[in-house]
Design a protein around this ligand. Structure first.
Ligand code: HEC
Ligand code: HEC
Length: 235
């Protein structure tokens, strides 16, 4: 038995507890406690506005008509920008000392800091509340429906900040081995296509809009971008 076994085994319970605590932190109305337990929601939702169609990514083939290889590479990269600039990614790649949240990318509530290793401060680490998987919470109208989770949940290091940057700047930065965690082009493409934490962007939990398209389509675009010279906008 290693000392790691215990916290791991207790994490789901901890995450659920933390979710409840987070609701208190967030000042959500305590209607759940005030009212008698209600019957489960009917399976046909009543008078709910239709959810907007999920945003799509164009397939690689949509760019076949661009004869110039460099122009094609840039157009493909710009298509991936729909994901890179999406709040699901930028919220965890902030320029400051704390994560952002929701579609309006407001400061994280409750306030947390990145800490020395981007896992939070001692006593308020990310995995105090963010478990190994998303955890649904009792839904409040317009409120929090789930706490995001992933086994590797922590903040992207400051040199990988995307917040407030243009797509051209992000493009140059993610290719720079001194700022991308030492990834060559193949490793960068692999990270986009297969990394589990990146993948959370498409499975962000109840009540959160996923990034456009799918991670597989996103990965295909990156392979095509690399194969066409990995050019950046404005190059
Ligand atoms: C929970 C926080 C979190 C979320 C959400 C997140 N990232 Fe990251 N990202 C990180 C961390 C931490 C690293 C650095 C560690 C690593 O390389 O795995 C990183 C590194 C990266 C890198 C490599 C370094 C670089 O150049 O920035 C890429 C590319 C990346 N993320 C893409 C994405 C994309 C695309 C999304 C959205 C679909 C996303 N990330 C969402 C935390 C996050
Ligand atoms: C005290 C509990 C708590 C701690 C500690 C905590 N979080 Fe959160 N975090 C939450 C809750 C609850 C949400 C969901 C808020 C919502 O969706 O309205 C959230 C949401 C987020 C989001 C937004 C996801 C999105 O795209 O909307 C990010 C990013 C995030 N947390 C990163 C972190 C990181 C990184 C750390 C550690 C440095 C951390 N959190 C520490 C409770 C916490």
């Amino acid at each position: 038995m290693t000392s790691r076994t215990l916290p791991t085994r207790h994490r789901p319970a901890r995450a659920a507890l933390a979710a409840a605590l987070a609701l208190l932190f967030l000042g959500a109305p305590a209607t759940a406690q005030d009212k008698a337990p209600e019957a489960p929601a009917p399976s046909t939702p009543v008078a709910q506005p239709a959810a907007p169609a999920p945003a799509q990514l164009q397939p690689v083939s949509a760019f076949d008509g661009i004869a110039d290889e460099k122009a094609r590479s840039i157009a493909i990269f710009e298509e991936t920008g729909k994901v890179l600039l999406h709040p699901r990614c930028v919220n965890c790649h902030p320029a400051g000392n704390a994560p952002l949240q929701n579609m309006d990318m407001k400061p994280h509530q409750p306030p947390v800091v990145r800490g020395e290793a981007n896992f939070g401060a001692p006593g308020m680490q990310c995995n105090t509340c963010h478990g190994p998987a998303n955890v649904e919470v009792v839904a409040q109208a317009e409120g929090l429906q789930s706490v995001p989770g992933n086994p590797n949940w922590h903040l992207a290091p400051i040199e990988m900040a995307w917040e407030g940057k243009t797509l051209a700047e992000i493009c140059v930065q993610i290719k720079d081995v001194n700022r991308n965690g030492g990834k060559d082009l193949a490793a960068l493409v692999e990270h986009m296509a297969a990394d589990d934490l990146v993948g959370w962007g498409w499975t962000p939990g109840k009540g959160r809009e996923p990034a456009p398209g799918t991670q597989a389509e996103f990965g295909e675009l990156y392979k095509a971008w690399a194969a066409t010279g990995a050019h950046c906008p404005g190059e």
